[in-house]
Ligand binder design. Structure first.
Ligand code: PGA
Length: 261
């Protein structure tokens, strides 16, 4: 089974709605100039919530070959949850994806595996594909080796899913995020293979073959090709480098430079 690679730009708390419009326009031009097609590599941006309506309007009015998504959602659908954003609202803004369980949410907002699983189910309830983030800290790596923690985090989510439900998994070692020190392609492959094996155990071989598993953590144009050559790496979740149009566009165009690294 061939899995269409996904290059996802997690803007975190950067770019307001006006800046996001300029950015998405430039990104679309850059990809169009390069004759990029989402059939070859899907490209998605994840702006702050306050940008989503602007980004949606631009993408749909100009029929841009880009997807957009939220950076988080509530496990609840509606009600007295001040400050929270429902999956129904993301669906209404045509979000194809939503990031769930990013390590910054786990760390600063104390999101545990049970909440990440509940948010994943909430996203699916509204037809928004969850991008479920898992990853170990440097201390976890020391204490438990490379895959035990991310596999355990994923298992908690898989326990709530049926085999035909689509998720994307993002393996993001916490020590590699924003540090400039990416995992090696071999390290990423090792953990992504273990995550795929866990999907097979929980949901069967078909789900394991279909599910896209991304690597994230200090991805840039200069190292993307090495990751994409790995059998079980199906794309990247990009933070810092997704804020530079030229750099992000170059990452999305990795098929042109696979083989050069
Ligand atoms: P980074 O962030 O690319 O800046 O390391 C990745 C992420 O947090 O998703």
């Amino acid at each position: 089974m061939t899995r269409t690679p996904l290059i996802a730009g997690n803007w975190k708390m950067n770019l307001d709605h006006l800046q996001s419009i300029a950015f998405v326009q430039k990104l679309a031009w850059s990809l169009r100039d390069a004759k990029h097609s989402s059939a070859e590599v899907e490209v998605a941006v994840f702006p702050p919530f306050t940008d989503l309506r602007s980004v949606q309007t631009l993408i749909s009015a100009d029929k841009l070959d880009l997807a957009h998504g939220g950076q988080d959602l509530s496990a609840h659908d509606s009600g007295a949850y001040t400050g929270e954003i429902s999956g129904a609202f993301l669906a209404a803004l045509e979000c194809r994806y939503v990031i769930i369980g990013h390590s910054e949410r786990r760390q600063y907002h104390h999101e545990d595996d049970a909440l990440v699983a509940a948010k994943t189910v909430a996203a699916l309830r509204h037809g928004v594909t969850p991008v479920v983030c898992v990853g170990e800290t440097a201390e976890d790596l020391e204490a438990h080796g490379p895959s035990a923690v991310p596999v355990g985090q994923l298992a908690a989510v898989l326990a709530e899913l049926a085999p035909d439900q689509e998720i994307v998994v993002a393996y993001e070692p916490v020590w590699a995020i924003g540090s400039g020190q990416a995992a090696t392609p071999e390290q990423a492959q090792q953990v992504c293979a273990a995550l795929r094996a866990e999907i097979e155990t929980a949901l069967g071989a078909e789900a394991a073959q279909r599910t896209r598993i991304l690597y994230g953590g200090s991805v840039k144009a200069a190292n993307i090709a090495g990751f994409m050559k790995q059998k079980d790496v199906d794309g990247a979740l990009v933070g810092g480098a997704s804020l530079d149009v030229d750099e992000f566009s170059a990452i999305a165009r990795f098929p042109k430079h696979v083989g050069t690294v």
